[in-house]
Write a protein that binds this ligand. Structure first.
Ligand SMILES: Cc1cc2nc3c(=O)[nH]c(=O)nc-3n(C[C@H](O)[C@H](O)[C@H](O)COP(=O)(O)O)c2cc1C
Length: 341
């Protein structure tokens, strides 16, 4: 049964469903934002979450150098479906000129609604090449990259920041300011340091970033696991939207909006096991549209694990799915499971 939670009645001006923000010539959608996640948030999953109400979407991070060299892999990651608009295409790289060139190609070939600069990825391979989270050490460089990307593409540009590179050096407010001054349209902030991943996300830094910028919207991110957390983060930090990553794995239902009722809000009921299986199948179908069958089926294995967590008989089901290489067999397995869940 849906829960009625009186203490979480939203006021209309605080509700993220209602705050209107314009970026370029489009409106920042209401709704929780799906965080960019490499290997997860491809076009198939983005479309699934959009169906449930996710707000602005981001691509996975794409190499600016790969785009600049017209690498087929990088360019194919930049493709998206019209249903995904508005969408920000995320680039990682190290130098303004590299971003300028890549942004020009991206704008001409794909016309996304925004280009996002990845300033947070902690993966060693990326940081060693002065990309991703490395940039958090140099707010001025982030500003110059924003400017170059804007000039190269003519599109709105956003940045996705972390709290800083290494504790206690909190550079996010300065980086957000530098980005705004050089023309960024939006800033997202994940409240963790690049080099201190075991710490929990600090939400207060989101409030400090919000105070540091003059007028651009701020998206808060880090350790949000429920719609109640979304509300808590917005109240605690004053951020304009909330972005969710890991809590969305196998759970596109998290993007459904609660309904306002007299005296409180109503949460949608959790999905039934059959609904879970139906969406999982739909996710397979969308994945098959973008990748060749064996690759699509392999890529879906992790999603299979996430979707089926907690379902009756899921351990056996997962073990079977991990061995399957083609879609027909997956479908048979799931249609069979659907009869018993
Ligand atoms: C598997 C995975 C891949 C990620 N890939 C990216 C990425 O490509 N670009 C990016 O900016 N952040 C990436 N992130 C970070 C998320 O966008 C997000 O900031 C982080 O997970 C914190 O949010 P959460 O606590 O809601 O998960 C990734 C996170 C995960 C778990």
């Amino acid at each position: 049964m849906p829960d009625k939670v009186k203490q979480f009645k939203y006021k209309s001006d605080q509700n993220q469903q209602s705050s209107r923000i314009t970026i370029g010539n489009w409106e920042l959608p209401a709704g929780i934002i799906l965080a960019p996640m490499a290997g997860v948030t491809d076009s198939a999953y983005r479309r699934i979450t959009r169906r449930f109400g996710s707000g602005l979407l981001y691509t996975e991070c794409i190499s600016a150098e790969g785009v600049r060299r017209m690498g087929a892999g990088s360019l194919s990651m930049a493709r998206f479906h019209p249903d995904e608009r508005p969408i920000a295409l995320q680039l990682f790289g190290s130098a303004p000129q590299q971003f300028r060139d890549a942004a020009a190609i991206i704008a001409a070939r794909f016309e996304p609604d925004m280009i996002d600069i990845n300033c947070g990825c902690p993966v060693r391979k990326m940081v060693r090449k002065n990309s991703g989270g490395y940039l958090m050490q140099y707010p001025d460089l982030i500003g110059r990259i924003v400017e170059a990307t804007r000039e190269g593409s003519g599109l709105p540009v956003s940045v996705k920041l972390r709290r800083g590179y290494k504790s206690p050096d909190e550079t996010a407010p300065l980086a957000a300011q530098a980005a705004e001054e050089t023309g960024a349209a939006l800033v997202a902030i994940h409240g963790r340091y690049v080099r201190n991943p075991a710490d929990s996300a600090d939400w207060d830094v989101i409030g400090r970033v919000k105070s540091a910028v003059k007028k651009i919207p701020v998206v808060g991110n880090g350790d949000v696991t429920s719609i109640l957390d979304v509300d808590r983060m917005m109240r605690q930090t004053g951020c304009d939207r909330v972005m969710i990553g890991r809590a969305a794995l196998g759970n596109p239902w998290i993007f459904r909006a609660p309904s306002d009722v007299e005296g409180g809000i109503i949460f949608p009921p959790p999905p039934t096991p059959r609904e879970i299986i139906d969406i999982l199948l739909e996710h397979y179908r969308l994945m098959m549209n973008i990748f060749p069958e064996p690759r699509a089926v392999r890529r879906m294995r992790k999603h299979f694990g996430w979707y089926t967590r907690g379902l009756k008989g899921s351990t056996k089901l997962r073990a079977q799915a991990m061995k399957i290489e083609n879609f027909t067999e997956v479908m048979e397995l799931l249609m069979d499971a659907r009869r018993y869940v």
